[in-house]
Design a protein around this ligand. Structure first.
Ligand code: FE2
Length: 232
């Protein structure tokens, strides 16, 4: 997917939404971006009573989201495969970005690589709020012919060389196969910038000329949960 016009285009990239669409809506009204990207855990649970994206209707800007480990993959897969080459419209102005898909905006080419392991999966219900396909696998690498010229990656968790669990939480590395696959994505795509959520913490590190931005969960009063980039 290509967006050519970037006149005064502000792009907002956020951490986890977890279905708090009213907070996302308020942040959009405050920052007035021309487009939004969510780095997973959008909170797509259409089988849950009361779930609605209607409250985003009047914003009139596109929202692109990759999957995290808190989405209803059963419902999502009824709409689209979770690996694919381009964003898929699931509602007016709301686009799901499959694992391996790309979005070109002016000089930026963004690669999406959603998915992550749930440490709390034992207290969740399979096929309702937990799904075995939550982790990223090497299927994404079959899409690499589309990745020439990638400038930016948006994923839910981060590669193994981002030592966030040791540096922020003082934990040993957690068993998530997603992160080894993201290492391979990094080696192939060679982006300059990378955004991720999942850890609910703000975190920045540079690795091999790429700046990694970890974003907190969105909050009305905590602006470390998003970054606004001016693409003009
Ligand atoms: Fe997550």
């Amino acid at each position: 997917m290509t967006i050519r016009s970037v006149m005064s285009m502000k792009m907002m990239i956020t951490g986890d939404v977890h279905g708090r669409f009213e907070v996302l809506r308020d942040l959009i009204k405050k920052e007035k971006p021309r487009m939004v990207i969510v780095a997973g855990d959008f909170g797509f649970f259409p089988r849950v009573k009361g779930f609605s994206l209607d409250r985003m209707n009047d914003l009139d800007i596109p929202i692109y989201w990759c999957d995290g480990n808190h989405e209803d993959f059963l419902s999502l897969k009824e709409i689209t495969p979770i690996y694919g080459s381009k964003p898929v419209s699931i509602k007016e102005n709301i686009y799901y970005c499959p694992r391996g898909s790309t979005l070109s905006i002016g000089s930026q080419k963004i690669l999406f690589a959603g998915g992550a392991f749930s440490i709390d999966k034992d207290i969740r219900t399979p096929m309702w709020d937990w799904f075995s396909c939550e982790t990223l696998d090497e299927s994404i690498l079959s899409l690499k012919s589309n990745w020439e010229g990638i400038t930016t990656v948006v994923s839910h968790t981060c590669p193994t060389f981002c030592k966030i669990e040791e540096q922020i939480f003082n934990l040993c590395p957690l068993p998530d196969p997603t992160r080894g696959v993201l290492d391979q994505v990094f080696d192939i795509a060679k982006p300059r910038e990378w955004f991720f959520g999942h850890w609910h913490e703000s975190y920045t590190v540079e690795y091999e000329a790429c700046v990694f931005h970890g974003l907190s969960m969105i909050h009305h009063y905590y602006d470390m949960s998003y970054i606004v980039k001016d693409l003009s």
